[in-house]
Ligand binder design. Structure first.
Ligand code: F6R
Length: 342
């Protein structure tokens, strides 16, 4: 079941939507229920490697660019920086060079930039985007938008408003690519950022500065502030794809996908979007319930050996003799099936 979208929440018909959501829910109760969906509140696609996941995301971007081109429309992409999208950008560059994928029709808006920073500094996200994507493709420089880290503080408010206005004037972001911080941030919307937040200057958490320190000579050089697109702006994108790779992202991916919607894990707010999916590798998926406790989500073909293993495992975990296990223990452990089999 999909949640009520953010745009819908903003509208006047909130109660109506709750009713629709309830109807949908009741319908799903009677039709076939996908047990993985019962835990995962955002669709997740899992790939064996970063390369395969990135290639899949690149394919989606390429199809959208071509589809928009055929319709005679511009394709508006929201882009991220950091280590996560590097392989995706390499694949897009390859597609441009080997498969003639053209970016002439593309307009881009980046999520964020450190503040203050010289736009030409190696660590700036302006320079990052040139290095990893823009200088290798045929995008019109006039179509590239990245927050400006060189403005005075007084100028930022006007800059942020103009940035959002420009997005709206293009007709809005068709596809937003996101990474995820270990603390759940999206863009640089750190925990506590409101679902209604706008593009603005934000204080970076120390954990974020530490995670990004590898790009700088030492942690003291990592800027303490950044300009970031607000969460309300991200949620207005027509489609969102979040990428996450490696074991360090596994706990936060689980919280964002399976946890409650909370501003203390900003990526969990994506559950409110009606076309958001996660593309992740196996390492980043490791603590999703479907892998950590597969008995809770999978359809198991119970062999006598598996029954023995599952029951002994449950008894050990509960520190109870097998014969003292109750019906509740079986159901709490996701082994309710066994109570009904002979
Ligand atoms: C960067 C951005 C951030 C990163 C996040 C993960 O534009 O929006 O949210 O996506 O900090 O960073 P990496 O990819 O370096 O792990």
């Amino acid at each position: 079941m999909r949640g009520v979208s953010f745009n819908e929440l903003q509208g006047k018909n909130f109660l109506h939507h709750i009713f629709i959501a309830k109807e949908e829910y009741m319908h799903n109760q009677t039709s076939e229920i996908n047990l993985i969906d019962a835990f995962e509140r955002i669709p997740v696609q899992i790939f064996p490697t970063i390369k395969e996941g990135s290639a899949h995301a690149a394919q989606q971007i390429a199809s959208l660019i071509k589809q928009k081109e055929q319709a005679g429309e511009k394709c508006v992409l929201g882009l991220a920086t950091g280590s996560t999208p590097k392989t995706l950008y390499a694949e897009l560059v390859r597609m441009h060079k080997q498969e003639a994928l053209s970016f002439k029709n593309v307009i881009t808006f980046n999520l964020d930039e450190y503040y203050p920073i010289d736009n030409d500094a190696f660590q700036s996200y302006n320079a990052f985007m040139q290095r990893h994507l823009f200088k290798h493709i045929d995008i019109d420089p006039a179509n590239i938008h990245i927050p400006d880290g060189q403005l005075t503080k007084e100028e930022i408010k006007t800059h942020a408003l103009a940035y959002e206005r420009m997005i709206e004037e293009t007709g809005g972001i068709d596809l937003q690519i996101l990474g995820i911080g270990n603390n759940g941030h999206i863009g640089f919307n750190e925990p506590g950022s409101s679902i209604y937040s706008k593009t603005r200057l934000i204080n970076l958490e120390n954990s974020t500065r530490l995670a990004n320190a590898y790009e700088f000579a030492n942690i003291s050089e990592v800027p303490r502030l950044a300009i970031t697109m607000g969460i309300s702006v991200i949620l207005k994108a027509k489609k969102i794809i979040l990428l996450a790779w490696g074991p360090s992202k596994a706990p936060v991916v689980q919280k964002a996908v399976e946890g409650n919607v909370t501003e203390s894990v900003p990526a969990s707010l994506l559950q409110q979007h009606n076309d958001c999916s996660f593309i992740i590798d196996e390492a980043a998926a490791a603590v999703l319930t479907r892998f950590k406790s597969p008995l809770l989500t999978g359809e198991i073909n119970w062999s006598p050996k598996m029954i023995k293993k599952a029951v002994v495992n449950m008894a050990l975990k509960l520190e109870k003799p097998v014969l003292s296990l109750t019906n509740n223990d079986y159901t709490d452990f996701g082994l309710g099936d066994l109570l009904f089999d002979e």
